[in-house]
Design a protein around this ligand. Structure first.
Ligand SMILES: NC(=O)c1ccc[n+]([C@@H]2O[C@H](COP(=O)([O-])OP(=O)(O)OC[C@H]3O[C@@H](n4cnc5c(N)ncnc54)[C@H](O)[C@@H]3O)[C@@H](O)[C@H]2O)c1
Length: 265
């Protein structure tokens, strides 16, 4: 039987790359997005590649919209095996100037959306033989990112939510994990570079693999977490960040080399 995967915010970026990957993995993909036209365009692209997919409108901040989306999935597919909580937004401002409405919106998309969709998915996942949820965390789950207070607060919260759902729903066989992408070559990151919040060269210098990631590299890890190969993996935060969050280089490379030589001599 064809497994069904729902990807929120699936109309573009990492979500769309994940939709393609799940298509390749043989899933029926539900692309749900607040941008309904983009969701339909994404489904047309998936269909052109021979994948079966359904487009849906969802506003993950709204209970009614979330419930309507899941009812559509019931009608169109009859079940759900994988939920990818990917919908996201980001705003940048000084912490002291943060706008309350923007703060609430951002927390409501990331944290509220992940909670609402997981809650709605739960009774459907109980009927799946291989139920799992993958949440999108971020380097902001590890780093304090200046000027992105709501985003980092939300992404740190996603890690706690992932662990709690994994602990609570494990006995029902539902695995819940998170991926934490680093700096990806996507619109979200480009907006940071263009807007001056991110410094391209410093980012690359701090990344051991010395490059930005590709959306497909996040999609493949989400695919792994949703696969039988990860059947005993739950509650983890899997970083897909080229090593940026483990890098402890605080000296120039040549400093180390010259000292290393003098110690040998
Ligand atoms: N791009 C990166 O470098 C990066 C790094 C770390 C984490 N992430 C996370 O990965 C996820 C996807 O990021 P992306 O770069 O592909 O972003 P993106 O902006 O390209 O796509 C996000 C999608 O979410 C949708 N969306 C926004 N609000 C929504 C709502 N209320 N309801 C339903 N859909 C909504 C948007 O319409 C859009 O299609 C986000 O959770 C983001 O925080 C991205």
């Amino acid at each position: 039987m064809t497994r069904v995967a729902l990807i929120t915010g699936g109309a573009q970026g990492l979500g769309l790359a994940t939709a393609y990957r799940f298509g390749e993995d043989g899933f029926h993909v539900v692309v749900a997005d607040i941008g309904e036209d983009r969701a339909h365009a994404a489904v047309d692209q998936l269909a052109a590649r021979g994948f079966t997919a359904t487009a849906a409108r969802i506003d993950v901040t709204d209970d009614t919209s979330v419930n309507a989306c899941f009812e559509l999935i019931d009608k169109k597919t009859g079940g759900l095996d994988v939920l990818v909580n990917n919908a996201g937004i980001i705003s940048r401002s000084n912490a002291e100037d943060i706008d309350s409405a923007q703060w609430e919106r951002e927390l409501s998309v990331h944290l509220g959306g992940t909670m609402r969709c997981s809650r709605a998915a739960y009774p459907r996942l109980l009927n799946s033989a291989t139920p799992c949820i993958v949440n999108l965390a971020s380097v902001g789950s590890t780093f304090g990112l200046p000027h992105r207070l709501a985003y980092t607060t939300a992404k740190a919260g996603i890690v706690g939510m992932t662990r709690t759902l994994a602990a609570e729903w494990g006995k029902q066989g539902i695995r819940v994990n998170a991926v934490a992408p680093g700096y990806m070559d996507t619109g979200m990151m480009q907006s940071g570079i263009t807007g001056g919040t991110l410094d391209r060269d410093r980012l690359l210098m701090r990344t051991p693999l010395m490059r930005f990631g590709h959306p497909e590299e996040v999609a493949s890890v989400i695919s792994f977490l949703a696969s039988a190969d990860a059947s005993f993996v739950t509650g983890v935060l899997l970083k897909v960040d080229g090593g940026i969050t483990i890098d402890g280089t605080f000296h120039a490379d040549n400093t180390y080399k010259s000292r290393d030589r003098s110690e040998v001599n």
